[in-house]
Design a protein around this ligand. Sequence first.
Ligand SMILES: [Zn+2]
Length: 158
Amino acid sequence: MICPSCGSANDNGVFFCRQCRTLFLSNIDQDGAPEEGERVLDLAHACELVRSGEWSLTEFHGYLEDFEAKQAAKEGEIHATIKEIPFGLEEEFQEESQVGLEGVTSCNEAIGVLRRYDPEITGDFPLEEGLGIFFSGISRVKEAMRINRRSYGRPLWL
Ligand SMILES: [Zn+2]
């Protein structure tokens, strides 16, 4: 995309102009918070399906695998975005980057806990525990977005 400030050419989807550091709001707005809320509901629903017996453990594990792949893609985007923060602005974005990455780590941990669920052996505990960890991870991610809005009036990522 062409930077509206300096006219230099940038790769599509980047958040900052490589040349003059102008922020490309249109690229940032594509990633909104509602998506996070939907993922929480989706995961909770999957836990209900396996707990009620509507899904087998194999189906549940398949779902978790897909879910984890989407998580990994999202995490990759976050790392790429952090790498894109222009030289000299790292410190400004440090707090939200750190909080957000902590959130992502919790979300990954949660999937590992959910995978341990086995009605015969573990009871419901891993489902409760895993969802709890996932919720707290997502709230860290949302906290990162709040820090970002408070400081700059727009989200940098997620
Ligand atoms: Zn520019």
